[in-house]
Design a protein around this ligand. Structure first.
Ligand code: ACO
Length: 332
């Protein structure tokens, strides 16, 4: 008998204000045609003045707690994946913990940029497997539009704001696995998570400030083509790694929920995985790249519109600045 974790609910939140490509093109030398054909993005949501990452995170987390139908008081771990915290310190997760009315357990931020949600999920899964937590909430929340240089057309068109969250709970894996039964424990809960990083490429994608260097927050700068190349390579290998670790192949996966950076990266990865496009969840057209929030946002959309059903096998993958990359195979 072993303790494992399962996702019992999800939620998300998007700021009200929508900024379309056409609106962007009013002040910037760009066009809807250029942005859509290169990235698949049509629009993004933008936070209101005074709206903080913690506000987005709290709304997504509350939504997930309600969907999971758990007593929030039982949550003993709050992990917030973000590269856009409210303040340099303390961790924004502690503020969200208090907004949720929680006093028990631990709350901390995870910084792995676009891979942050997968990193957070992996940490929460390990806390639960080792008995250090029983009910965890993992949130990805970003106000990335605060970090972009609105005069740099090669980066500012790519990002948006938003938040998504999942609630994880421990369960005792007592049932003998029946490989022919999709609903048996073989496909229940988090099957495995896989994390990687390679700091040799920090300068290909970064916010060029920080408290210890410039004393400013900095702005996003990126070598787009190089990032694209590494993303396709790393995402293909992490997907193979996750499937091999579980003796599964692409046909066993019901849904691919990729990080939503760019439709062309998603298509290339899905093609390598031989995953039909109708089993790939795509929200980049409406949300743009919301960094750590993109996977839980996409997951929430596909769960709430009924595509992802109990018993489905879901593969999530992400790659971000650092570089960091990771995957999680989850029985829904
Ligand atoms: N509108 C119009 N023209 C533009 C724009 C714009 N918004 N941005 C750049 N251009 C121009 C450039 O100035 C350049 O013009 P030039 O040929 O006269 O010099 C031309 O378009 C081509 O520029 P490239 O940067 O070579 O364009 P590319 O085809 O590589 O597309 C893009 C750029 C979309 C950023 C692409 O490299 C990409 O998708 N990279 C992946 C980056 C990514 O998704 N990062 C997100 C974070 S990492 C992650 O989440 C995985």
């Amino acid at each position: 008998m072993s303790v494992r974790s399962e996702i019992i609910g999800c939620g998300s939140y998007l700021p009200e204000r929508i900024l379309t490509n056409d609106e962007l093109a009013e002040d910037l030398d760009t066009s809807d045609e250029w942005i859509y054909s290169r990235t698949g993005i049509k629009q993004r949501h933008i936070v209101a003045d005074g709206e903080l990452t913690s506000d987005l995170a709290f709304k997504a987390a509350s939504n997930a707690v309600e969907h999971a139908d758990v007593d929030a008081a039982n949550i003993d771990l709050v992990i917030l994946a973000t590269a856009t915290p409210d303040k340099t310190f303390p961790a924004t997760a502690t503020k969200v913990q208090s907004m949720l009315g929680l006093k028990n357990g631990a709350a901390f931020d995870v910084q792995a940029v676009c891979s942050g949600f997968i990193y957070g999920l992996s940490i929460a899964d390990n806390f639960i497997k080792t008995g250090q937590a029983k009910t965890a909430i993992v949130i990805g929340a970003e106000t990335f539009t605060k970090l972009v240089d609105w005069e740099d057309r090669s980066t500012c068109v790519l990002f948006g704001d938003g938040a998504g969250a999942v609630v994880l709970r421990a369960f005792e894996d007592t049932q003998a696995a029946d490989p022919s039964d999709k609903h048996s424990n073989k496909h229940r809960g988090i099957l495995s998570t896989h994390l990687h990083s390679d700091g040799n490429h920090v300068e290909l994608l970064q916010a060029n400030g920080g408290p210890a260097s410039t004393g400013t927050v900095g702005k996003v700068e990126m070598e787009g083509r190089e990032v694209f190349r590494h993303a396709v390579q790393n995402l293909s290998s992490i997907v193979d790694e996750a499937l091999e670790a579980n003796n599964l192949n692409y046909e066993d996966v019901d849904w691919l929920v990729p990080h939503q950076a760019n439709k062309r990266i998603i298509d290339s990865t899905a093609k390598k995985l031989k995953m039909p496009t109708d089993r790939v969840v795509v929200t980049v057209d409406k949300h743009a790249n919301t960094s750590a929030a993109s996977i839980p946002l996409a997951l929430d959309v596909a769960v709430k519109d009924g595509r992802i059903q109990r018993g489905d096998l879901v593969l999530m993958e992400a790659m971000g600045s650092g570089f960091t990359w990771g995957a999680a195979l989850v029985g829904w």
